[in-house]
Ligand binder design. Structure first.
Ligand code: HAM
Length: 420
């Protein structure tokens, strides 16, 4: 027999049954939360035209230039597994004229994404995000709502040591001006820059601000802030966002170097980190993208959103409450004759929302009882030939060991009335 040698792809993970209840709890918590804020779910396809991502995020970004899983299909179309969701959601918003149906669209998603990054703890090639995108309001109230939602949901999840980093990268003109500022400032230092930063100097100078190289951080210390390029409107907008956040008591750190990697951002940008995570400490990132819808062929529409990495959330949460149903019964059956009764009883209990399992490996009573205890069941029902003849079953409380006889006819009703 050949040895099993096919493994999952590097940077992807299987979620096994002992972890899936954590994922279910997290997804349920997100859905409940979104309902309270009036966000509705949107689901988009797993792959899109490659052009969508190039046009929205920008050719020179890390994601587009080296991390996308792209291919040409049999029909010659250039396709890409989605590496982020803001662009697909904006595409769907335009395609289905959501803006024509309602002046404000508040959308959320829980989805799987693909980026060919170097895998490490908290960074994967296939990962999951939840996020929101709000289309239609240019006003600071929505910025404040989006940021408040992010902080509140992470607080509710019990994630410790949260830090909200906040900045504004201003209008598109401000970005163009700041690009020139960075180029002028760094020109005398080019020879001292790392190879990556030298390439970014040519292609996408704003990205140099994300550097982790100590001597580059030192050089950048004297770089003027982007605030110097803000228009009056950029400044007013940002000040109002800050004062709205102040009124909710949410603490933030003004982070002038926070420009974020993607080209579609305008004005407010933010990131939330947790030191409960390791090197990959960003739980979520987001910001405004007032030009995105128009750049994809839609009517000019302001927008803002964020997305959060769900693997990172689970890493940062020490303990997620499990949704596993504690109303559990295990039916221990012995002998051929009882099988139809066991199956029927299990079905009746399940119809009454009681999680019920029974033995399908034809094991001994002892082995079945061992399995019942292992399953976490609170009660076991024991039925053998004798019990069947007497139309009775033994009901055993597995935590106390107490056992009593119950008429088969009353069994389901009796179990429903028990404390679990
Ligand atoms: P992003 O900063 O690229 O933004 O990703 C958001 C979050 O996704 C990160 O903060 C991180 O928690 C998680 N994440 C990113 N890459 C990985 C990875 N390789 N493995 C595990 N987790 C990862 C966006 O995606 C924007 N679309 C966010 C947005 C929405 N902006 C406006 N609306």
């Amino acid at each position: 027999m050949s040895k099993f040698s096919i493994r999952s792809i590097k940077g992807t993970q299987d979620i096994l049954p002992d972890q899936s209840s954590q994922w279910q709890s997290l997804e349920e918590a997100i859905r409940n939360f979104m309902g309270h804020y009036g966000y509705q779910e949107i689901r988009t396809p797993t792959f899109e035209q490659t052009d969508l991502f190039i046009r929205s995020m920008g050719k020179e970004t890390d994601i587009v230039s080296k991390e996308m899983y792209s291919w040409t299909d049999q029909g010659g179309e250039n396709l890409t597994l989605k590496p982020e969701l803001t662009a697909p959601v904006a595409r769907a918003y335009i395609q289905h004229n959501l803006g024509g149906k309602s002046p404000l669209n508040k959308l959320y998603y829980i989805d799987t994404l693909f980026r060919r990054e170097r895998p490490q703890k908290g960074r994967y090639r296939q990962f999951n995000q939840f996020g929101i995108e709000a289309f239609g309001s240019e006003y600071p109230e929505i910025d404040a709502e989006v940021i408040t939602l992010a902080i509140s949901i992470f607080n509710k999840m019990g994630i410790k040591e949260l830090k909200l980093k906040l900045n504004s990268i201003g209008s598109p003109q401000c970005r163009i001006d700041y690009r020139e500022t960075i180029l002028d400032f760094l020109k005398p230092h080019i020879a001292d820059l790392s190879e990556i930063s030298q390439t970014r100097f040519e292609n996408n100078p704003m990205r140099i601000l994300d550097t982790k190289v100590p001597h580059e951080i030192e050089i950048l210390k004297n770089l003027p802030n982007i605030a110097d390029c803000w228009t009056n409107e950029d400044k007013d907008h940002f000040e109002e966002v800050c004062s709205l956040l102040d009124s909710t008591g949410i603490k933030y750190e003004l982070t002038p170097r926070l420009v974020r990697g993607l080209d579609y951002y305008t004005k407010t940008t933010f990131e939330i980190t947790s030191s409960a995570l390791g090197a990959q400490d960003a739980i979520c990132g987001g910001g405004r993208y007032d030009g995105l819808v128009e750049s994809l062929g839609g009517k000019p529409t302001p927008g803002i959103g964020f997305a959060a990495g769900m693997e990172r959330i689970l890493l940062a949460m020490n303990n997620v409450e499990s949704t596993s149903n504690s109303k559990q019964v295990y039916i221990v059956g012995l002998g051929n004759a009882v099988r139809p009764t066991v199956l029927k009883l299990a079905e009746e209990l399940r119809q009454s929302s009681i999680t019920t399992e029974f033995d399908v490996l034809r094991r001994s009573i002892k082995a079945q009882l061992r399995e019942a205890n292992k399953s976490g069941a609170k009660y076991a029902i024991l039925i053998g030939d004798q019990e069947l003849e007497a139309r009775q079953a033994e009901l055993k409380d597995l935590s106390t060991g107490d056992q009593k006889k119950i008429e088969l006819n009353n069994l389901v009703e009796h179990i429903i009335s028990l404390p679990f």
